[in-house]
Design a protein around this ligand. Structure first.
Ligand SMILES: NC(=O)c1ccc[n+]([C@@H]2O[C@H](COP(=O)([O-])OP(=O)(O)OC[C@H]3O[C@@H](n4cnc5c(N)ncnc54)[C@H](OP(=O)(O)O)[C@@H]3O)[C@@H](O)[C@H]2O)c1
Length: 334
């Protein structure tokens, strides 16, 4: 296998930093690596495998020689530069929502639909972090019976909104404990010792942007436009890892034991379902882990053919960087 010239747009951000670590950890075959960011970070150095690499300011000429470009710098940057990267000869793996719902852009979670990667025309999209955690959790379940409906409630950590949002939770927590003034810069509401409806725009249907993304992206990844989905997204004062409470309605009756067995036999997920010790998925256990933890599996006593599950996953890893690197691995294998 040969080595590749790799670029990371947004290398200084929360996701970019994880992409660097995942490439190192998984020993991705890198020939040269280019770190790109805005003028704010240009001139800094970041390490890749003990080597200091200069962070360069992103511009139209940044992609010369780059073969695989990871984009983790937000919607506007992807809209402005992804096609430039493709014109320069790179294949783009995009973490933003810029292209996810475009018909000619595959939206990939390798465990579920890696066969769609070959349909790309230069850009491959990685889903929203809460969507990835949801589809990873329901994929072992849909092998047992067709899923008719999903009701998901999320508990989303601050790092889902980037490095500065994580910092805001720490700064506000210290201020609160010291009885000092709480300053809000990233989030619209106090995040320390509070929680609130996800900080994205509310659409005419009453759902916010994050909820609509979960609904639409899940249908695309599962290749099932009939599945009924409702979502409520909440931001919680956690640094890392999102949790989700999911009610799943099947076409046919499915038992707790069958679900546990299917999770045990599926890749990328781990069963954490210890009723005796009241031990279930938690952010402190899923943080820095590749697997999505699934537990609290029980039949919904209020409705036939329904089960409840609770999941936790590191949204910076499987929800972002790991998923993107796995896409790149599949790409070069093909
Ligand atoms: N955080 C998550 O859990 C998560 C999960 C899935 C997807 N995503 C998506 O991943 C992307 C990055 O999110 P993040 O959480 O890593 O954000 P972040 O921590 O705020 O980092 C943003 C990165 O983008 C760079 N950037 C911003 N504007 C730029 C510009 N005009 N030109 C070049 N670089 C620019 C920043 O560089 P500077 O250092 O120069 O400011 C920084 O490296 C977003 O699209 C987000 O929706 C995030």
């Amino acid at each position: 296998m040969r080595d590749y010239n790799v670029g990371i747009v947004g290398a200084t951000g929360a996701v970019g930093a994880e992409v660097i670590k995942v490439l190192e950890k998984r020993n991705f075959p890198v020939k040269n690596i280019k770190f790109l960011a805005s003028s704010r970070s240009a001139g800094k150095y970041l390490k890749f495998k003990e080597e200091n690499i200069l962070v360069e300011e992103l511009n139209e000429n940044s992609f010369k020689g780059v073969e695989i470009a990871f984009f983790a710098a937000g919607l506007d940057t992807s809209r402005q530069f992804a096609k430039t990267a493709v014109s320069s000869g790179a294949i783009v793996i995009d973490k933003s929502s810029a292209f996810r719902m475009k018909e000619d852009v595959p939206l990939i979670v390798p465990e579920i639909n890696k066969d769609k990667i070959s349909e790309h025309k230069g850009i491959i999209a990685s889903p929203n972090c809460a969507t990835i955690i949801l589809v990873m959790a329901i994929y072992p379940l849909c092998k047992l019976s067709k899923i008719k409906r999903l009701i998901v409630s999320t508990y989303q950590s601050t790092s889902g909104a980037g490095a500065k949002a994580m910092e805001e939770l720490l700064v506000q927590t210290k201020a609160y404990l010291n009885d000092e003034k709480i300053v809000k810069e990233v989030f619209p509401h106090q995040i320390a010792f509070n929680l609130f409806s996800h900080n994205t725009r509310i659409y005419e249907n009453g759902y916010n942007d994050e909820e609509n993304k979960i609904i639409e992206e899940t249908k695309k990844i599962m290749d099932d436009s009939d599945i009924k989905i409702s979502a409520t997204c909440i931001r919680v004062p956690i640094l890392r890892s999102h949790c989700e409470s999911i009610n799943v309605e099947f076409e046919n009756k499915t038992t707790v034991d069958q679900i546990r067995e299917s999770i045990r036999n599926s890749k990328g997920v781990k069963l954490v379902d210890d009723r005796e010790n009241n031990y279930f998925p938690m952010p402190i256990d899923s943080s820095l882990k590749d697997e999505i933890l699934i537990g609290r599996i029980r039949e919904d006593i209020s409705r036939e053919n329904c089960v409840e599950i609770f999941v936790s996953g590191d949204q910076l890893l499987k929800g972002a960087a790991l998923n993107a690197v796995q896409i790149a691995e599949e790409l070069i294998e093909k």
